[in-house]
Each structure stands twice: as C-alpha cells, then as structure tokens.
Design a protein around this ligand. Structure first.
Ligand code: M6P
Ligand code: ZN
Length: 191
C-alpha cells in the first residue's frame, strides 16, 4: 500500500538551558503561577503571601493526538507553613493519556494519585525519567533549596483537568520534617 500522510508542519528545534530549565528563545506561551492562583491547594492557606511558585515554558504545537506537547517547569524552592512549594496538579481530561517527565536540575518529588485514592511518590532529579501512566493525577513538589526544573512530554489531546483536584485534593501532602520530606494525610481529601 502506498498511503501518503499530508505533511502540515516543518521540523524545528527548541533549546533548554540545562542550568535553569528555561526554554529560549521562547517556543510557546509562558505560564506563571503564584500562590494566589492556588491558595486552596495547600493544607493551610498561605495568608497574604503571593510568591511566584512556578513557571511553565511551553513548546507550542497543535494540541492534537498526532502531536506530542512538551514543556519545562521551573518550580521555585519554598514552603507554605511546612508544605513544600508544588504545582497545582491535574488529571488528563482524556484519562488514559500518559506523560513522561525527566529531571533537569534541582531535586523534588512527583506525587501521583488515582481517582480511587491510591497514590505513589517518585523522585525527580537530573537523569530520572518518571513515567506517569494514564489515570494518575500528577503534581510536582520542590523538596530542595534550588529551583527544580524538569521536562514533560505528553500526547497532544490529553488536556488538563484541574477541577477534580481542586475539588478533592490529593490523598497526601508532602511536608518538611525534621529528617527531610514526609507524607502527611490530607484531612480534606475526598475519594
Ligand atoms: C508539567 C506538565 C504540564 C503542566 C506543568 C505544571 O510540565 O504536566 O502539562 O502544565 O507540569 O503543572 P500544572 O499544570 O498541574 O500546574
Ligand atoms: Zn499532565
């Protein structure tokens, strides 16, 4: 068979600064999230603070199943009370869509959870590749003292479902303990 696929895009490169995780020149929209964009995500509200928590540097391609969307996230170090700075976290709207992360700089944890309340935690660090299967919500957490940067890639039609996490939360939070990061049950979690 001699099937031809219609070619609609040209190949291109993007460049990640392996020190900072930023993509330059910008290859797509930059998303910045502050504490005021996600105050309900923390176990205890951050009060009047409005720190910049993270930036997402996107590589812009059409959000279709033919494409792979990708971005770097630069998550700054800090805490809200004893809870480490983290991303909002989301399920994919198309629940079966998977995602891959790979660490660039800094150190942190990837918290994942299913809708029926299972959870998993894996480290994010340079050289680690995190595989997030379909059906697992994902949130990254900076447990270090430097910015945490990682690259993420996922099927283009996955979509971000933030509402489910905003309503139910994650089963656990990651907090700063005497010996390092600890898991704490989220009393507001709704399975
Ligand atoms: C990763 C990917 C992105 C996501 C970003 C920030 O780079 O999963 O899709 O946007 O982290 O996380 P969130 O969208 O949950 O704020
Ligand atoms: Zn995702």
């Amino acid at each position: 068979m001699n099937r031809q696929h219609s070619v609609s895009m040209e190949p291109f490169n993007a460049y990640i600064d392996l020190g900072t995780g930023r993509i330059s020149p910008a290859a797509g929209p930059l998303v910045r999230r502050r504490l005021s964009d996600m105050h309900e995500a923390y176990l205890e509200p951050p009060g009047g603070r409005d720190d910049l928590v993270y930036e997402v540097h996107n590589i812009d391609v059409p959000a279709t199943a033919d494409n792979i969307l990708s971005s770097t996230t630069v998550l700054y170090p800090g805490t809200v009370h004893d809870e480490y700075f983290m991303t909002k976290g989301h399920f994919h709207e198309v629940r079966g869509r998977a995602e891959i992360y790979t660490g660039i700089s800094g150190e942190g944890l990837l918290l994942m959870a299913t809708e029926d309340g299972r959870y998993a935690v894996e480290e994010i660090r340079p050289g680690a590749v995190n595989y997030v299967p379909g059906g697992w919500a994902h949130r990254s957490v900076n447990t270090g003292t430097e910015p945490l940067a990682f690259f993420a890639a996922y099927v283009g039609d996955a979509g971000h479902d933030y509402a489910t996490i905003e309503q139910r939360g994650f089963p656990v939070a990651i907090v700063k303990g005497a010996q390092g990061p600890e898991l704490r049950k989220n009393p507001r979690y709704q399975a």
